[in-house]
Design a protein around this ligand. Structure first.
Ligand SMILES: Nc1cncn1[C@@H]1O[C@H](COP(=O)(O)O)[C@@H](O)[C@H]1O
Length: 157
């Protein structure tokens, strides 16, 4: 199964690369990055999504995020919306990723690491290696908490 990260602009590349590296490092999942804007190049967005038969799409578009809903409405594949978090306009950009019309259901997952995890859990339904990696990832996260608790309770030494 392909994992395709679609960015609304080259200016989102840092976020796209981070999602790609989290997918690889944490779950051993390869992914591709593509760039197309729902506002400026809608035909290109359609061309991209039609060129992958089975894929999980991650959409990254800042400001007015039309990309996630547009992709979701035009594909049978799952779409995870992971827009950049902006402090402009008190972070109100996020509203454009939340309130979708009926029949449009991109799943909003903020932060690169969490978007990678959401992808991995979908892939894990069909891939036991990835499933094991998700298990290991969750175990490590729990260990971090246990360790932090120990350090706070008993000190470092
Ligand atoms: N919403 C949208 C539509 N086309 C591009 N964007 C987003 O707007 C921001 C600035 O894009 P640009 O570089 O094209 O000005 C980027 O986060 C990009 O995903």
């Amino acid at each position: 199964m392909k994992v395709v990260i679609i960015l609304g602009s080259k200016s989102d590349l840092e976020i796209g690369e981070k999602i790609r590296s989290k997918l690889k490092e944490n779950f051993g999942i390869d992914s591709e990055i593509r760039i197309a804007s729902a506002h400026k190049t809608p035909e290109k967005v359609l061309e991209i999504i039609k060129s992958y038969e089975k894929a999980v799409f991650v959409t990254v578009a800042g400001r007015s995020n039309a990309l996630s809903g547009f992709v979701d409405a035009n594909t049978l594949n799952p779409v995870i919306a992971s827009p950049p978090i902006s402090d402009k306009f008190a972070g109100m950009d996020i509203l454009s990723s939340i309130n979708m019309p009926s029949g449009v259901a991109p799943m909003l997952v903020l932060y690169e690491e969490n978007a990678a995890l959401a992808v991995a859990k979908i892939v894990a339904l069909f891939d036991d290696n990835v499933r094991r990696k998700v298990e290991e990832y969750q175990r490590k996260k729990k260990e971090e908490i246990e360790k932090a608790d120990e350090v706070v309770r008993y000190g470092n030494g």
